[in-house]
Write a protein that binds this ligand. Sequence first.
Ligand SMILES: [Zn+2]
Length: 322
Amino acid sequence: MRKDIALMNVSSSEILLGLKALCRKERKLQSDFLAYLNAVEDRKLFAGEGYSSLFSYVTEHLGYSESSALKRIHVARLCFKYPELYYLIADGEVTLTSLQKVAPHIKKENAERLIKSICHKSVREVECLLAGEFPKPLMPDSMKPLNEEAFLIQFSADKDFMDKLNQAKALLGRKYPSGRLSQILGEALQLLLESEGKKKCMPPLTEQIPIDPDLKKAIEHQELLKDLMGDPMRKNTPRYIPRGIRREVWRRDEGRCQFPRPDGGICGETRFLEYDHVISWSLGGSSQALSNIRILCRTHNQWRVRQEFKNFTLPSLQNRHK
Ligand SMILES: [Zn+2]
């Protein structure tokens, strides 16, 4: 039966009492949820389940939206530092949203006062309180030369700009893994100069002079040979994975972490990727065999190494006790 229909014969006062009881229960559950979240993060349990971060575990596995996940993770970390917050949340004295807003401003010396000041306040009231106590002035644009080749550029930007910047960073994550602003904005400026310059018949200054097609073919042939043979300078190093193998693995694994999940899927992370030997090169695993090389994210590469280390040391310890 539909739950709201089931309530048809319940008296109004009982419904109000029931709702209050549920509200108390929900707050208690919220507080418990944060404690469990902290345990998952503390023990890195998400990695064993095939996720590269607590955030991807909470969004992809537990099904929370990105903003809900971020809120819970930020507040859980705050509770980890200031455990009295678990009780304030369970008692309904503070909300998760208020705590998320105040989290970046909390320091040891102001924690007690700030937490007290947001108790029983609406989110809007907390925002006003924070804007009063921690005003953020807009910075005027500035450009200063650091040396002959480099400049320090500062400017204030609105949220729309930040959203676009984050999207661009994600798009160019493979090309620029460190995601430096100068790289991302440089790429954007290059595109602008090309498109606007074309309209005005002004090709950008950095446009390359066309290469003689025969010369280009010769260079490509050389590159291909190098890829197939590996770099002769390094081919005696067993750990070194030849460029041709790396390129082929990248294509096969579609630039995604291949760490398997218990449900049959893979982690799929696209940032901070590393090439991994399925059988370690130190245990004789080949760097030349496509089947022995795969892509893992940094979290899972480290996780795998830790597991291997565990498996490797346990038998010898047992032997010692015999
Ligand atoms: Zn991964």
